[in-house]
Design a protein around this ligand. Structure first.
Ligand code: GLN
Length: 204
């Protein structure tokens, strides 16, 4: 999905949570769209950011690291207060208020009114790719790459479904300043989610 950068003169400064996972791919996607992108690891880095991306990876590890770095609580608070945020796969799990099949003691940032099931597709369907129509993002369907992905099992009334599986279960959602997808646009050259996120940043 090549296109012109969304950001012009005012380059937004975006932090990509870089504790674990595929943060490099997000840094590349956002840089290609014209943002200034920095890795986010410490709470004191939050104040300078206009948006945050939480990558794919392993949510239980990301959760432990975010808490031991003292980042989980201030990050959750900043998102609650309106910081535009986009999470993919493990990032979606990190954002969700409720998890099914999490590991013992696994916590989240609790900023998205969803229940997600971790590793929802089991071993046989560990990874797969499908085309999903998402009219909100334009006419072309989204080529969605799922890797040990979660799925949204239920959600509150303020959560907008952007895309769902053929069986109706949501895999891309938005609640105000928070966008989340169960799949990985950052690995497939699909830039419409990053554009939508940067538009939120521009509008904030
Ligand atoms: N299964 C991973 C988790 O529980 C997510 C996988 C991914 O981000 N690709 O966090």
């Amino acid at each position: 999905m090549a296109g012109s950068p969304v950001v012009g003169s005012a380059r937004p400064r975006i932090g990509v949570l870089a504790l674990q996972g595929d943060f490099r791919e997000h840094i590349a996607s956002l840089t290609a769209l014209g943002a200034e992108v920095v890795p986010l690891r410490r709470p004191e880095e939050l104040a300078s950011l206009q948006g945050v991306v939480i990558p794919g990876g392993e949510s239980s590890v990301m959760d432990k690291l975010a808490r031991s770095f003292g980042l989980a609580e201030p990050l959750s608070q900043a998102i609650h207060e309106g910081l535009p945020t986009y999470g993919t796969c493990a990032g979606m799990i990190m954002l969700s208020s409720r998890i099914q099949d999490g590991i013992d003691g696994q916590q989240t940032l609790d900023v998205l009114d969803t229940t997600v099931r971790r590793n929802a597709f089991g071993n046989q369907n560990d990874s797969f790719e499908i085309e999903i129509p998402m009219p909100d993002l334009g006419e072309a369907p989204v080529h969605a790459v799922f890797i040990r992905a979660p799925v949204v099992e239920d959600h509150g009334p303020d959560v907008q479904v952007i895309g769902a599986l053929p069986d109706g279960r949501p895999v891309a959602v938005q609640q105000g300043n928070v966008i989340a997808s169960a799949f990985h646009p950052e690995v497939s050259g699909e830039d419409r989610f990053h554009r939508r996120f940067l538009q939120l940043v521009a509008d904030a």
